[in-house]
Each structure stands twice: as structure tokens, then as C-alpha cells.
Design a protein around this ligand. Structure first.
Ligand SMILES: *Cc1c(COP(=O)(O)O)cnc(C)c1O
Length: 375
């Protein structure tokens, strides 16, 4: 079964008895004993068939056996940190999602940010004895600077030091990048973004092929209760089916907008891995099947004015959804990061991040060009 067929079919056989063509929504919080033989369902914090259908689908997309879904991407990340950072040390991409930064700084772990998009920094980081058995938390492309780490190279060096590698694949999503293929141990995905895709549900997932990790993740989730509701699981699974169609349109439009932005006199710099001058362009071309739906740029005039003038880009956080969004990371998503660190990473007040939706590409282009011109 090829990828696009798996999106629609994986995880769900036509239901016996009714022939339901979509996974039924099971709302029961508890299950009667003596009905199932052998008993597989006890209590919905642990087991739920609607949730499990989504898990089978997400695992199938990366061709592995296991996925554990959570109430949000952050809940998935919290479980990963609680279960995988046994050595107490974490190497993390320096330009991580603000929520990940907050999660790491609120932990008692010894955290070392490294520019994992820089091969020399990667070599140095793993040459240090401190790195042995650390958890390696990679984000690529990063958000919002869209730096690209070479997954095969980071995994090779990390594994040589006995490290476990988790890749936050939220920005690319499983249609464009499959980290487990490049050697990662665990893929983390906020399914809130492109996987669900409709900006109407929160969710997260940890995807991998290790039975031992599956036990750790599901036990931690059951214990902490960070499960997604049956309806949320249903919505994520519903959205998933059109992932390839939505992503293809978004990538195509994002490429057009990035090129137009580069030509604009109102724009100082454009960050998009699809642009040939982007420092991660070659690596992205190798390990991704498309360059994504997020474009960042530096605006030469007042960012608030730009956001106000746009008709179609809602001034809102999040990404990967059907509706286009624009935001200023420095004042919103990346606010938890201290100003000096933010500046060093290039997350300045003039930086705008676009999440390109599936609207008509010409409408988006016209709207962006008119919003850029401070009249
Ligand atoms: C949104 C996001 C998360 C967190 O996901 P939630 O579903 O909002 O909890 C984690 N990583 C990245 C890269 C994200 O964009």
C-alpha cells in the first residue's frame, strides 16, 4: 500500500456488523467485564478503539509498529522527556519551538542547545564526553528560522555515543519527511498542525518501532491521563486523510510566495528551505519530499501594520492548517525565550512567519503584496 492509500485506509478495516467506512466514535469511559474474550478494554484512560485506529494509521505512515497519541504535542513532548532523558542530559536544536524551550527549562534536566544545522557544531557536541547517552532532541526544519539539520549525520554521531534521537517533525509533517527512515528513534509530531490540518483540534503523537518504548509511553500516558478524547482522535484521523492533497498545494504556494517575497523591496531577508540560497537547501532536498508550508521573512516596515492590512492571513499562531496565518514569533510563540537568546537566534521583532494554507495561490499572492506596501 503506497503512502496516499495508507492515509485513507490504514488503521481501519470496514467495521464488522455495520460496514462503517470511517472509524466509529467510541465514547464509553469504561467497559463491562465478561463481554470480551480475552478482555482488551478496561478503562478509557488506558484503551479506546477510536484512539487506537488513529494510532495504527500514524504508525503505518512511517512504516513502523507503534504510535502513541496524546492530548497535544506538548503532552507528547512531556511524556518523551519524562521517559527518555534517563541520563539527565539533553542536547537540543538551539532554535526549537518556544513550547519545547519552556518544557526543557521547566525540567530539572541538564540541557545543552546546539546548532544542529551546523555540521561542525554537531561534531563538537558529540565529541564531548558529556554527550554520552544524552537524549538528542532535533527539530528540522526549525521554527521560525527554518534551519535544516542533516538527520542521517546527526543520528550517526548520536548513536555512536549511545544517545537516543527524537525528531520533532511537526513543521514538515509525515507527508514531507519521515525521520525514522534517516535513523531517528522516535518521531514527535504535534498533530494539531498539518496532520489534523483544519485548525479545530489539538493532538500529539510519538511514533517509533520499539516495543520497550511503546510500553513506557503508554504507561506514562495512562498514569498522567494525557490522552486525547475520542472525538479529538476522530477529528485528527479525519483530517489525516487529505494530508497529501493539502500539503502539495501548500508547498507549491509557499514556494511562489517565498520567490515573490525575495523580489520585494519591502523585504530584507526570506527564509525558506526551497530557495536555492537557503543554507539548508541541499540537505532539505535530500531528506524531504517538499520544502514545507512555512515561510519567514524580515519586513522593512511596521510588522503590526502588515498583519493588520492582510485580508487572508489571520494574525494567529499555529501552522500547517487549511487557512493561512501570519504572526510575529518574537512577540508570540517565541516569547518564552529570553530576549538575548532570541536575538542571537535571529528571532527579531521584524521577523514575520507565514503558515500558507490551501486558498487560491493568486489570492494569497495578491493579498501579501498589497499588505507589504505601507501606503
Ligand atoms: C505546535 C508545536 C508543538 C506543540 O504542539 P501542541 O499541539 O500545540 O501542544 C511542538 N513542536 C512544534 C514544532 C510545534 O509547532
Amino acid at each position: 500500500m503506497r503512502f496516499d492509500t495508507r492515509l485513507v485506509h490504514a488503521g481501519h478495516e470496514l467495521a464488522e456488523g455495520t460496514g462503517d467506512v470511517v472509524p466509529p466514535l467510541h465514547l464509553a469511559s469504561t467497559y463491562a467485564h465478561g463481554v470480551q474474550d480475552p478482555p482488551a478494554y478496561f478503562y478509557a484512560r488506558g484503551e479506546n478503539p477510536t484512539r487506537e485506529a488513529l494510532e495504527r494509521a500514524l504508525a503505518a505512515l512511517e512504516d513502523v509498529r507503534f504510535a502513541t497519541v496524546f492530548a497535544s504535542g506538548q503532552a507528547a513532548g512531556a511524556t518523551a522527556l519524562a521517559t527518555l532523558a534517563g541520563a539527565g542530559r539533553v542536547i537540543v536544536s538551539d532554535d526549537v519551538y518556544g513550547g519545547t524551550y519552556a518544557l526543557l527549562t521547566s525540567s530539572r534536566l541538564d540541557v545543552r542547545p546546539v546548532d544542529l544545522a551546523d555540521p561542525a557544531a554537531v561534531a563538537d557536541a558529540f565529541a564531548d564526553p558529556w554527550a554520552a547517552e544524552a537524549l538528542v532532541w532535533v527539530e528540522t526544519p526549525t521554527n521560525p528560522m527554518l534551519k535544516v539539520a542533516d538527520l542521517a549525520e546527526v543520528c550517526r554521531r548520536a548513536h555512536a555515543r549511545g544517545c537516543l534521537v527524537l525528531v520533532d517533525n511537526t513543521l514538515a509533517g509525515p507527508a514531507l519527511q519521515q525521520p525514522l527512515r534517516w535513523g531517528a528513534d522516535v518521531t514527535l509530531c504535534s498533530t494539531t498542525k498539518s496532520v489534523a490540518g483544519h485548525l479545530d483540534v489539538l493532538g500529539g503523537a510519538l511514533v517509533h518501532d520499539r516495543a520497550d518504548l511503546h510500553d513506557l509511553f503508554t504507561t506514562h500516558r495512562t498514569t498522567t491521563g494525557s490522552v486525547p478524547s475520542p472525538f479529538d482522535s476522530f477529528l485528527v484521523h479525519r483530517g489525516l486523510k487529505t494530508l497529501s492533497l493539502r500539503t502539495a498545494r501548500q508547498v507549491e504556494t509557499a514556494g511562489k510566495l517565498a520567490s515573490a517575497l525575495r523580489e520585494s523591496p519591502h523585504v530584507a531577508e526570506v527564509r525558506y528551505p526551497g530557495l536555492p540560497g537557503h543554507p539548508g537547501h541541499e540537505v532539505a532536498a535530500r531528506q524531504m519530499s517538499g520544502f514545507g508550508s512555512v515561510v519567514a521573512f524580515r519586513y522593512r516596515a511596521d510588522v503590526a501594520g502588515l498583519l493588520r492590512r492582510s485580508r487572508y492571513f489571520a494574525d494567529a499562531v499555529s501552522l500547517g492548517g487549511v487557512r493561512s496565518l501570519a504572526q510575529c514569533p518574537a512577540t508570540t510563540t517565541h516569547r518564552p525565550i529570553p530576549p538575548d537568546v532570541r536575538l542571537r537566534l535571529g528571532i527579531t521583532d521584524d521577523l514575520v512567519r507565514l503558515s500558507v494554507g490551501i486558498e487560491d495561490p493568486e489570492d494569497l499572492l495578491e493579498d501579501l503584496l498589497q499588505a507589504l506596501s505601507p501606503s
